[in-house]
Design a protein around this ligand. Structure first.
Ligand SMILES: Nc1nc2c(ncn2[C@@H]2O[C@H](COP(=O)(O)OP(=O)(O)OP(=O)(O)O)[C@@H](O)[C@H]2O)c(=O)[nH]1
Ligand SMILES: [Mg+2]
Length: 280
């Protein structure tokens, strides 16, 4: 039997379950997950290996209307994933009602001749959603994941050999994950709009028996800084300890994490700052 390899771009609205699906299939954390929309900010590759196939999934930011430069950066990522992929896996959240605009945009992709598989995610929490998808699945319970992979493999082009080595499961460097684990902790611990205004900058990363990480949490306003730090520094301490645990699990080593909170008004619209943060 011929080997198959291809890129599958996973698209959908914010919070549709794209990152959760990819993590589950890869078996590693390649993308942070939270209950808040717009968690993923850029494309991340997650590699899944089978006996006669290799799939390079592209996790993408959730599709949303743009207002800041950061939003524009995020949607540029979606467009590039969409145009570079062999297959598009479009996720519809079946725990929510169907959305007319979304259905129209799926029809347009098909009309444009794109190789689209439409899947309803979160079928463990299914609501009345009449949209007829190719398949439904749950990344939480694992229902239909094998069928979903089979469906995708059928659509992949043939290839001589895998593109990624056995032990290579992503395209991002370690420092990226370190920053993302810290951002994930802020998304989980902070409320409302504050986490959306946060970026993380790794100021120092020193590998050794113990890994030393100094990181800046960049936020939009002085009032946000106060909330992030919390009474007697309690909130920042919680964020740090959650992030450190994820980092230690990922690296398999102890981590010494030092956090600083900085205010950088309107960084989401500052091209230089965005470049410095890696959003370029
Ligand atoms: N019940 C249930 N919840 C799920 C499932 N998949 C994901 N979730 C939850 O849905 C929320 C969003 O998941 P993400 O994987 O971050 O969604 P996303 O599409 O990557 O979101 P963005 O990065 O913001 O675009 C999280 O709270 C997940 O735990 C599922 O199969 N069942
Ligand atoms: Mg995501």
């Amino acid at each position: 039997m011929m080997f198959k390899f291809g890129y599958v771009a996973v698209l959908g609205k914010p919070n549709a379950g794209k990152s959760t699906l990819i993590n589950r299939l890869v078996g590693e954390t390649v993308a942070i997950v939270s209950s808040k929309p717009q968690t993923t900010r850029e494309n991340i590759v997650g590699v899944v290996n089978g006996k006669d196939y290799q799939i390079a999934f592209l996790d993408t930011p959730g599709i949303h209307k743009t207002s800041t430069y950061l939003d524009k950066f995020m949607m540029k990522n979606v467009r590039s994933a969409k145009s570079g992929a062999d297959v598009i896996l479009y996720l519809i959240d079946s725990s929510k009602e169907a959305d007319e605009d979304e259905i129209k945009s799926i029809e347009k992709m098909k009309k444009d001749g794109l190789n689209v598989v439409v899947a309803k995610s979160k079928c463990d929490k299914r609501k009345k959603n009449d949209f007829l998808a190719d398949i439904e699945f749950s990344a939480e319970t694992g229902e239909n994941l094998d069928k979903l992979v089979k469906l995708l493999v059928e659509r992949l082009p043939e290839a001589e050999k895998p593109m990624f080595a056995d032990d290579e499961f992503t395209d991002k460097p370690i420092k990226f994950f370190i920053a993302e684990f810290l951002r994930e902790a802020t998304l989980k611990i902070l409320e409302q709009e504050i986490p959306h205004g946060i970026a993380v900058e790794i100021v120092r990363f020193k590998d050794g028996q113990v890994v030393c990480v100094d990181a800046d949490i960049v936020c939009m306003k002085n009032s946000h800084k106060g909330i992030i730090i919390g009474k007697k520094g309690q909130t920042l301490k919680k964020i740090g300890s959650m992030a450190r645990k994820s980092m230690e699990e990922f690296l398999g080593k102890k981590v010494n994490l030092k956090l600083f909170v900085k205010v950088e008004e309107n960084w989401q619209n500052n091209p230089n700052k965005l470049t410095a943060l890696g959003y370029n």
